[in-house]
Write a protein that binds this ligand. Sequence first.
Ligand code: OAD
Length: 267
Amino acid sequence: MESLNPINYKRIVILTGAGISAESGIQTFRDSGGLWENYPVEEVATPDAFHRDPHKVWRFYSHRRHQAGLATPNRAHEALVDFAQKINPHLFLITQNVDYLHQRAGGDILSPHCMHGSLHQSRCTACQKVHLDDIVYYDESGRFNPKHSGLFSTLPTNALTVENLKISEELPLSPCCHELLRPHIVWFGEVPFHLEEIFRRLEHCELFISIGTSGQVYPAAGFLQTAKSHGARTVLINQEAHHHNPYVDQFLEGKAGEVVPKFFKTT
Ligand code: OAD
């Protein structure tokens, strides 16, 4: 195994998954006690599920907004911001996470590419316009009881507000068309966002780093191999020892909150 130092590389691409937010208190998907254990994917995270039972899907995403609103960025999120600020402002950050923690740690510096969408946005099902929206529509007991999650430190002036909300049958309507709003999340069977730009970066990157993802969901699961096949060095950071992967040049085992600040140290 090699020992790579990110300071020596200019074109860096980072992919993060649920593991980077675990120490902030956000549930991962596939670890024991993970989200998919209690909420079957086909009931809450597919277009069909939303069509069949939009209340149930909004309950699930209300729960996730609630959880994300209580969380704060951890040392791993902060280390990436620090590295971008002091060493390499051109880091290209791709996240599968929708928890808004990279943005809260320093979104202006990192501008993460949220390939699976984000909890701080909703989309009109008629015209597809995206709206800033952090409202938790259903409380933790499942009752329709809209309140802000606190994802935004200050509510942007163009965000949806509880006061101005349009509702029909305990479901939120878009301010643009007065049609049903859906979470701006990529569900199973839908195409992730920013893929063109992501593949362009993967083909030209010198160092690719994957942090806290199980590598079970494509296309993200194939990014490391794509970068490697275009000549990048590759680093995998995960709390679980990985099975031998011929595309990984360096594996760092441990919690993201400990390993990431060490790997991206700026002094
Ligand atoms: P998973 O839950 O599949 O995997 C989380 C990974 O993080 C596992 O490999 C854990 O070993 C690792 N991990 C957990 N805690 C960690 C820690 N503190 N430090 C480092 N690693 C840790 O989550 P993802 O791989 O992100 O998609 O899942 C990918 C996609 O599947 C998600 O974006 C979501 C899900 O279905 C959609 O909802 C579209």
